[in-house]
Every structure is written in C-alpha cells, then in structure tokens.
Design a binder for this molecule. Sequence first.
Ligand code: SAH
Ligand code: SF4
Ligand code: F3S
Length: 442
Amino acid sequence: MVAEKYLYIKTFGCQMNVHDSEQIVALLKASGYESTDDFRKADLIIVNTCSIREKAAQKVYSQLGKFRELKRSKPGLIIGMGGCLAQQWRSKIFGRAPFLDLVFGTHNIHQLPDLIRTIETTGSRLEETTFHESVKSVGIVALPQNGAVSAYVTIMQGCNNFCSFCVVPYLRGPEVSRPSQDVIDEVKALADRGIREVTLLGQNVNSYGKTVGTDFAALLHEVGKIGGIERIRYTTSHPKDLSFDLMRCYADIDKLCEHIHLPVQSGSDLILKRMNRGYTKAQYLEKVESLRNICPDISITSDMIVGFPGETERDFQETIDLMEKIRFNNLFSFRYSEREGTAAVKFADKVDECIKRERLQALQSLQEKHTLERNRALEGRIEDVLVEGVSKKMPDEMVGRTRSNKIVNFRGKKGLIGKTVSVLITEAYLHSLRGELHQGRG
Ligand code: SAH
Ligand code: SF4
Ligand code: F3S
C-alpha cells in the first residue's frame, strides 16, 4: 500500500532528541504519516533541534535553509521545528524563518497530532512551547526506527543543576521523574516486541526518583527483573549524584552493563566551582576508584569542556592530569561555547578561540592514546557481544557491542541479529574492535 502522506524528520543533538524523534515518528504514523528518508517526497518535515553549543544551532539554520528551497516548489509542504532551539526561540523563530508552519517545544510532543491537524485544516501557523509539570506520555511504545534490538526509555525530563555553561535546564525545564511503574510497563512492552537492551534516559538519571518517592538504584533493580531484557544501560549521570547504592548495582544486577558515562567537564577545582558542578577533582577520582573496586572491568567515558572562562594553562594541566590518572575509555570534548541566558555569560576572562583550539587538540590526541590503549587491552579476550545488525561496509560481517559498549565487527550470519554471542577479540582500533565467533557458542 502506498502511503498518502510522508514525514521526513531530521534530528540534531543528544539521545534525548533521538528518542523524542522516535516518539514523533510513532505518533504521526498513527495520524497517517509514513516516514521517509527522502525529504523531497515529504508532505511534512520536522526538524528536531539542539542548542547546546553555537555550532549545533548553526547547523540547524543551514538545514532549515534547504527546506525553505523545497517549500518554494511545494507550497503545501508543512515544516515544523521542535526541540531545544525551538524551545529557546519560540515564536521569535518565525521572524528568522517565516516559512515555518509550526514551532513546538520540548514538552509538547504529545500535542503534535492535534497541532498538525489544525495546520492541515486551517493553514494557520502555530507555536506551542508551554512547559508541563509531569512527563507527558505519548501513549505509544516507540520502537527504534531500524528494527534494532536496543531501545531508549525516558525515565525523567529536565534538569535542576544549572551548571553555569549549560542551556538545558532552561530548555527542558525542571527535573521531573516518571513514575517507576510507567517505566517498568514500557520496558516490558519493549521486551515483548523483541527488544533485548534498554538505555534509560535523562539528563541526570542518577538523581531519578526525587519527585516520585524512589531512587535510581531501586529502579535499576526493578528493571533488572524484567524477562527478555538482557542488557541495561543508562545515560547521563552526574558525578555528584553517583551514590554507593548505584555503584553496588554493578555487582548486584547481572543485566547492568559495565559502562558508565560520567561527565567530569574539567580537572580544575577552580573551574569546577565556577561551572557549579558540585564536586572536586579529588571527589571525582575517589568515585572512579570506588567504581573500579566494585566493578574492575567497568568502562568509563566522560565529557570535557576546554576554554571555560578563567581557565588558565594551569587549570588545563589539571584536566590533563585527571585524564592521565583515569585513562578514560572514551571522551567527548568540546570548546566552551557561550550560550545566551546562562550564568557563565557574565564571567570575565574569556579564553581566546586559538587557545581553546590548541587545548582541545592536545586533549584529543592524549585521549586517542588512552582509547587505543584501553581497546588493545581487550585483544585476546572473549567478550559477550549483542548482535545489532549487518555491517554497513561488509555485507558478510555482523556488528554488535560488548557489554562495555565497544563496537565489534566479526564474520557471521544474519540469523545472529538479536542474539548474544561469544566473540574472541583479535584486533583493536580507535573506534571499534574486530573479532571472530568463538567456538562452542553462537
Ligand atoms: N546532562 C549531561 C550533559 C548534557 S550536554 C551532564 O550533566 O553531563 C552534553 C555535554 O555538552 C556536556 O556534558 C558538556 O560537556 C557539553 N556542553 C554543554 N554546554 C556546553 C557549552 N556551553 N559549551 C561547550 N560544551 C558544552
Ligand atoms: Fe546541563 Fe549540568 Fe544539567 Fe547536565 S547537569 S544538563 S550539564 S545543567
Ligand atoms: Fe541539545 Fe537539548 Fe540535548 S540542547 S544536547 S538536544 S537536551
């Protein structure tokens, strides 16, 4: 059957946005929109935006320009913009992008079917960016788009931390947790549909539960009991909220994968303080040590910002020192980007862009060394790999992930998708591992 209407969705930003887009696709499918990869075929285009750094916002604007061209030749086309940049700009965006039909915020996804219907029938231009106090369910289980075996589950929205560089609390609202029963029901429904791995999502998942009278460790224990689910992951966690109870979960819950993304942002106490992060370098190091004592194989990844206002060479060396001490498995690093409305805008001692570039480069080449070193340590080991699909480059190869979240390519058959197999790691690279199916399993 040929669909009558097509939706093209373009997603920028973090996993939160990726999952929001999955929900949008599921919701609008129920309104008669089939999703397409070809934007020229679309009757409805949705751009799900990010505003975390200036570069992210610029990417959105250039993308919108492309769609404006299409609308010239296809006047009936509806173009909507959602996500964090939409939440930030609200109706002001219409001045910059008059061809937009809809601007919707980060709390308004569940309203999309109604909003689109109104535009279809009246042709009017709409803005809906109101915050809601509870996490509004879209009422549909949104599966990942490519038939994958791994799915995201939102457990909370918003953030109360107000790190001085960050726009998220302003754009996603205050921290609100979903009731744990809702989360559990959703994970069960995903397991029934063949999902084997869930990633619990929120800006600060380890502070989960405050608004619903529970905590994150308790939720993990509950999710750990759900049949059919083999692996549990979560992201992102804040170092200040990493409790001993949560660390213990790595020893007590088999399904919890040996990986934590624990953004540190800087190794300098002075900068951490100015960032309003709520921990010191020593406290971070201590938590990492405890984690490694409880779970020696744990993979630790992090985020780092260079060139925050006031960052001297000495502060930067503290960051390098922290990296040397921890030797992260992987690190996402960024040049500080000033964001309107955040506290750091008012800070003096802005760091020159050239220095930021130099520092970022130094940091990234050190990290490459550490990543490779950590990956090489897996050579010769036999790892459990959850097979996710066929390799894009080699049709006779399968791709999956270790519990520590490393990508593994190996020769194997399609029938393995969704299964966990033992793979002998034969070679390690910067971004992936290569292996062979281990005899006796798979
Ligand atoms: N909630 C997560 C992070 C969300 S944003 C946490 O608390 O860690 C993802 C990453 O973007 C952050 O960890 C930070 O490293 C980076 N980031 C956020 N704001 C930034 C800014 N203004 N400039 C540069 N990087 C930024
Ligand atoms: Fe932003 Fe900090 Fe909240 Fe993370 S914890 S989303 S960095 S304010
Ligand atoms: Fe970007 Fe919003 Fe995520 S600003 S990083 S899409 S929470």
